[in-house]
Design a protein around this ligand. Structure first.
Ligand SMILES: O=C(O)CCC(=O)C(=O)O
Length: 351
């Protein structure tokens, strides 16, 4: 995942918003094959470096390689994105963030609960985007969104927290990243216990996040059972238990080029275990398609509280974020969490 976004402008602006442009990467020169309708640059799901990271065929690694020791670490290194005191990037404005202070009446709490139950039962906007790709609209309740932001903020300012990933040539991705469970290294495309940048260990995935993932999978099954009686639910969204979560924070100029998530184990990919993505804060234009071709990609706007999953035959779908829509985050969420302008995205995977 996470190929580097080229800084140069792209020829055909496809999208309506002025700050949204089409974007794509040069497909590698290697032979293309098709897996589940999705074009892959090679046949055996191997990983390779990004087009900017050192050429298509050199330095190949297998996805199963998973570093367990800080091989290149010599003592404690510093996260170069940290502030003067050595804290990593803070996704929230530097004001006191804590539990919501306003006291709510029992009546309000009950109303919120009722609304949440209604929302989970009525889902006129949930969408079956393509086989294996389900969008649960407005699925995460406001309360849970606040909890997720607060948790990511707490984890993100500590060891193993947010940093700006980059490549050997010094170019950086247009986002901040933190990994939970295992670190994913954009340069080697390996999952590892200790990250190369500063030797930090990935924080654990909070139990609360796992429970939400579990609930979302069940909600997607309920949705399919109700509205898509002909599909095989287990083929569409196989059950999974996440041991990796990649948390991205995009500021208003953040984006992420079209790519496949294929650095998880062969077994996980072949089973089509889904990637489950939570969106919070500002909305994003999310592109997806069977080829790495932004001009012909499908587009969907992901808003705060949306859950997107792609598994089954869509597990290797090309996807990316073409732009962020500024000032679209729910006001309440910003007021209560002090989340900076931008978008927080969590993608859960099972290695
Ligand atoms: O931000 C998103 O919605 C997508 C994130 C993503 O594609 C990734 O982390 O691989």
């Amino acid at each position: 995942m996470l190929p580097l976004l080229r800084a140069s402008p792209f020829p055909k602006p496809l999208l309506r918003r002025p700050n949204c442009r089409t974007f794509s990467y040069h497909p590698s020169s290697s032979q293309k094959k098709t897996v589940g309708g999705i074009t892959t640059p090679d046949s055996n799901l191997r990983s390779r470096r990004s087009p900017r990271g050192g050429g298509p065929s050199s330095n190949r690694v297998t996805p199963q390689q998973c570093r367990t020791s800080p091989s290149r670490m010599t003592g404690r290194m510093r996260n170069p994105e940290s502030d003067a005191e050595g804290h990593p990037f803070d996704i929230c404005r530097n004001e006191t963030v804590g539990p919501v202070t306003s006291k709510k009446s029992l009546l309000e709490l009950n109303r919120e609960k009722r609304n949440e139950i209604e929302r989970s039962q009525n889902h006129p906007q949930h969408a079956y985007l393509r086989s294996g790709m389900i969008l649960l609209k407005n699925y995460i309740s406001h309360r849970d969104q606040v909890k997720i932001v607060e948790k990511c903020r707490d984890l993100g300012i500590n060891s193993g927290g947010f940093y700006r990933p980059g490549y050997k040539d010094g170019a950086k991705l247009r986002l901040y990243m933190m990994c939970l469970g295992k670190n994913w290294d954009p340069e080697s495309r390996l999952y590892e216990d200790y990250r190369q940048i500063d030797g930090a260990k990935a924080p654990e995935i909070p139990e609360f996040f796992r429970k939400l993932v579990d609930r979302a999978i069940r909600a997607s099954h309920d949705f399919l059972r109700q509205d898509y009686k002909d599909v095989n639910i287990e083929d569409e969204v196989p059950n999974m238990s996440p041991d990796i979560c990649i948390v991205n924070f995009y500021n208003n100029s953040g984006k992420l080029g079209l790519h496949q998530d294929r650095d998880e184990s062969k077994k996980s990919l072949h089973k089509g275990l889904p990637v489950i993505s939570f969106s919070l804060g500002d909305s994003a234009e999310f592109l997806y398609g069977v080829e790495r071709d932004a001009d012909n990609a499908e587009k969907v706007v992901l808003e705060s509280g949306d859950v997107l999953m792609f598994g089954g035959i869509s597990r290797l779908i090309y996807h990316g974020v073409s732009c962020i829509h500024p000032n679209t985050a729910p006001k309440r969420l910003i007021e209560e969490t002090k989340l900076r302008p931008g978008r927080l995205n969590l993608t859960f995977r099972q290695y």
